[in-house]
Ligand binder design. Sequence first.
Ligand code: FES
Length: 167
Amino acid sequence: MATSESRRSFMGVAFGTVAAVGGVFSLVAMKKTWDPLPSVKAAGFTTVDLSGMQAGELRTIEWRKKPIFILKKDASMAKDPKRDIVVDNAAYTVVIGLCTHLGCIPAYHPSEQIFKCACHGGEFDTSGKNIFGPPPRPLDIPPFKIEGTKLVLGEEGPEYKKMTKEA
Ligand code: FES
């Protein structure tokens, strides 16, 4: 009797241990499944070095499959303390290049210093603010962080947090 009981308790402990180990492996496997792949993590951030940009230059890059307009303002463009990103004493407009009306991609017209949306005639100024037509609000500013002369898109740095708090 005693032998059968100790055997049963041994079997209970053995099964319990196997189940616990199996559970731990399952949790590790589940976590691996939930975690984004390294390529996805890397794709979430885009670093742009602004140091080579000329005043008045517009650069369009892709971030998370969206166009991002980076405009280095020149002396003729109005400054906007609430929306300008200041790097190395120069003001930049950094916006998601999708019209806030229905999502078309506006084109920049340097001679007029405006972004024009061909879909319904919406217009935005060099700070990305809607100035004409149906767009209901300025172009959106993507989350960003400043690292020296580099702009890291996809991370909420203190400048971005301050900007969104004031908006
Ligand atoms: S989508 Fe740009 S004005 Fe309509």
